[in-house]
Design a protein around this ligand. Sequence first.
Ligand code: 6PG
Length: 250
Amino acid sequence: MKARREIKVFKDKISLSKFAADKVTEIARKSVETRNIFHLVLSGGGTPTTLYEMLTKAPYLTNFPWNRSHFYWGDERSVAPGGEGSNFGQASKILLSKVPVPRYNIHRIKGELTPEQAVDDYQVQLLAHAEQGMNWPVFDVVLLGMGADGHTASLFPGQSSSDDLKQAIIPVTADYAGRPAQRLSLTPAVINSARYVIFLVMGADKSVSVASSIEGDHDPLNKPSQRIQPVSGRILWLLDEAAAGNLSGL
Ligand code: 6PG
């Protein structure tokens, strides 16, 4: 069965990010009301930076349940946490260092370790917060970006085996836009157990991949975002007009 999917198109980065900030805050509050905890997976890349900045200001700074929220990453590059290209470093600098989140609620992928050590370390961290009978938490929200080549998190076209894996995190080597090639990524199995997956995608360079992924034929090997099909959760695509430019069905 296909996951419930919704697509929204925005004029610019500010309106898209504002919608995302409202949505994530609303889900966070509901999660805390219902389960007394909120598990959020952050993404890397440049697209979510405005969202992260917004969350540090009114009204989100006071409305967001920071002390009941846990932060994870969908992928990380194999670099030092403070180093150039670290997804943790970016989120820490513009978001997490500016909000009252307890330090022990931040669960980073340790890019400074060898890939094998980082995998083992993150599986242990995920297990510590796992849903009963699972090896990882049921994430309330997973934020994802998408590259012009169609990759999402660090699941790249042509690298398929991760679909079948029951393991939570895998090492990946892939070149993209001059970014660090050695990476670690959550697997589709983990992302697909989430309650909500939100793609944030902006820019004309993504428009062909967006249309092909959403409206094109089913080819999850070459279109990694098609591997994202939450079992009982929802998918929300937040696009700017440029990224949505090749969609015909809107
Ligand atoms: C990463 C990512 C990756 C990113 C896309 C889009 O660490 O590289 O998490 O999947 O979201 O490459 O990147 P931009 O937002 O910079 O276009």
